[in-house]
Design a protein around this ligand. Structure first.
Ligand code: PEP
Ligand code: MN
Length: 264
């Protein structure tokens, strides 16, 4: 599996016209929460469930994830629903544990992509794996740093690579939590047309009322897929409460996005 078509087929069960959808909570919180969300998402077009178990927090004192304990919950979610599972890995030990627990997709967080040393360590730990690795852009708007991370994984022999656009930090007050700077992912797409690219509207927006429009922009810009934070009780989520949407909302959004695409 090396190109977009094969990647889409693998994720979507040969329904390659459809955008790839990864959805799930910002953080795995409890076993019940993970299992409940997995069953709700099973009724949506999402084929992959995301959940963070190791959460990189900008400031100490916030919820930092349940850690390795969550791997068993995610394995159960996978067995009960047939969904593929994606988690963030931030060091070689995370990679080892994820692979031991049949995690399907690994992603590299925006705070890891900024550091070539840590990227190299994670890439070395991924040597020879077939699991897709999705690399989020660095928090700062630096295309070279983003591409450098992709190259490090590629050079380590990881062939199933993709990228996730999650917006860029700014000190300015804007409507977005992380500004999209669309020219950067567009430039990346034109240089590497075969590299699957996902949009993460949740971390760009930082608030749920902007998610739908961002998804539509992503599809209009030919992104291959979406990674969207979804929780049955967003307001009480243990992290990123303002930006998560319920699985019901997700189902409605995905139907309407498809409809708009067909009409368009
Ligand atoms: C996340 O996906 O929950 C996350 C922490 O994302 P990012 O690395 O984009 O901030
Ligand atoms: Mn989050």
């Amino acid at each position: 599996m090396k190109n977009k078509k094969e990647f889409r087929n693998w994720l979507n069960g040969y329904n390659s016209d459809h955008p790839l959808v990864i959805a799930g909570p910002c953080s795995a919180e409890t076993e019940d929460q993970v299992i409940r969300i997995a069953h709700q998402l099973r009724n949506s077009d999402a084929t992959v469930m995301r959940a963070g178990i190791w959460k990189p927090r900008t400031r100490p004192g916030n919820f930092e994830g349940v850690g390795a304990l969550g791997l068993k919950w995610l394995q159960r979610a996978k067995n009960e629903t047939g969904m593929k599972i994606a988690i963030e890995v931030a060091n070689p030990y995370h990679v080892e544990l994820a692979l031991q627990h049949e995690i399907d997709i690994l992603w590299i967080g925006a705070r890891s992509t900024v550091s070539p040393f840590i990227v190299q360590e994670i890439a070395n730990a991924c040597k020879g794996i077939d699991n897709p690795v999705l690399i989020k852009n660095p928090i700062n708007p630096d295309l070279a740093l983003w591409l450098g991370a992709v190259e490090r994984f590629h050079m380590a022999g990881v062939n199933n690579l993709g990228v996730i656009h999650r917006g860029f930090s700014t000190f300015e007050k804007t409507r977005y939590r992380n500004i999209p700077e669309w020219q950067i992912p567009i430039d990346l797409q034109s240089r590497f047309p075969d590299l699957p690219i996902f949009l993460d509207p949740s971390h760009i927006a930082g608030r749920r009322d902007l998610i739908f429009d961002l998804c539509q922009i992503g599809l209009d810009l030919n992104f291959d897929g979406l990674i969207i934070e979804s929780h049955y009780d967003p307001d009480n989520a243990w992290s990123d409460a303002a930006q998560q949407i319920t699985p019901d909302m997700l189902i409605q959004y995905l139907n309407y996005l498809k409809l708009r695409k067909e009409i368009g």
